[in-house]
Design a protein around this ligand. Structure first.
Ligand code: ATP
Length: 306
């Protein structure tokens, strides 16, 4: 499959500060790409360069055959961009905000476009209320709806759910998934690992001005290492004795009575471990498998934690 977005060796300095050292990535059509990185890693800067809002010092951004910024106008017609600052006008109603955008884009039937989007984004009841009276979740939904006026092919979202409560975040995730189901390509930045895990097909992890890791959420979780078997014992003495019995494994103490044992050979090795403890006469009070999470990857990649 040929990529819809291709970023090649992009560099950006602000004065003496190098923000993007050498960034390359590709996004496949109809997928959700998640750009992850700590605060200040350069996610917004990269997004601005890709969307033509900021000029790179070096490197290239392609949208299929078209090159940014040479074909900026044609490219910008194909995408929408929802930044961290909402473009919703508080004084106007939801309906008015949407019709205004449709009129500014010289689209036919702006009122029908507005009605359809209000229905799709579950805002019909609030259609005639000033957007200033909307909840945070409703404003985000309206903002996303506004970015879809004109039916763009690619949707850029900069931290789409920052500051939302879990229910509103879930609503927005559902809507983002629906956009993908309609064949849209979505490029989002996020600091929420759960968001990347829930939504994305491909993650790029930005650190020190480079994409240091890339892959599906599952592949990224593998980077964090193997699954662990968590074992709880009746007391500290048994836990210490168990750690000695399992000396051939990598064992870490979670608290005085509990251990975590790395399972480099997969989950089945937990049976061998439990048998080994049983043979040594040690009673395990509780046990469970703990799969690595994107949090573990984030910790490992941002802080170099092993
Ligand atoms: N216009 C600018 N002039 C000077 N420095 C800038 C400019 N824009 C961004 N920076 C710096 O570049 C670095 C990366 O900023 P950027 O906003 O891209 O990071 P981010 O990963 O999006 O962070 P956050 O998650 O906090 O939004 C920061 O140190 C920031 O201060």
């Amino acid at each position: 499959m040929s990529s819809i977005i291709k970023v090649t060796q992009v560099k950006k300095n602000f004065g003496k500060q190098t923000v993007l050292k050498n960034v390359s990535l590709t996004v496949e059509p109809g997928t959700i790409y998640g750009l992850l990185g700590a605060n200040g890693a350069g996610k917004s800067t990269l997004l601005k360069i890709i969307t033509g809002l900021l000029k790179a010092d070096a490197g290239q951004v392609n949208f299929g055959e078209m090159i940014m910024p040479k074909a900026q106008i044609e490219i910008q017609r194909r995408f929408s961009f929802s930044g961290q600052q909402s473009s919703v006008d508080d004084v106007l109603t939801g309906f008015e905000n949407l019709t205004l955008i449709a009129k500014l884009r010289h689209l036919a039937h702006p009122q029908k476009i507005a009605q359809d989007l209000l229905t799709r984004f579950d805002l019909t009841d609030a259609a005639n209320k000033a957007a200033g009276s909307y909840s945070g979740g409703m404003v985000r939904r309206l903002d996303l709806a506004m970015s879809l006026v004109g039916d763009p092919e690619i949707i850029f979202l900069n931290e789409p759910t920052t500051g939302l409560d879990p229910a509103s975040r879930n609503d927005l995730w559902k809507m983002i998934r629906e956009l993908k189901a309609k064949g849209k390509t979505i490029f989002l930045t996020t600091q929420y690992l759960e968001e990347a895990d829930q939504l994305t097909d491909q993650i790029g992890f930005l650190r020190d001005g480079e994409i240091v890791a890339t892959g599906t959420p599952t592949e990224m979780k593998r980077l964090a290492g193997s699954a662990k078997l968590q074992l709880t014992f009746a007391d500290e003495a048994t836990a210490t004795q168990a750690a000695a019995t399992l000396a051939t494994y990598r064992v870490t103490a979670i608290d005085p009575e509990a251990l975590a044992v790395d399972l480099p050979d997969g989950n089945m090795s937990s049976l061998t471990i439990l048998k080994q403890l049983d043979d040594a006469g040690m009673t395990v009070v509780n046990f469970g498998l703990v799969a690595p999470t994107l949090d573990d990857v984030f910790m490992k990649l941002t802080k170099g934690v092993d």
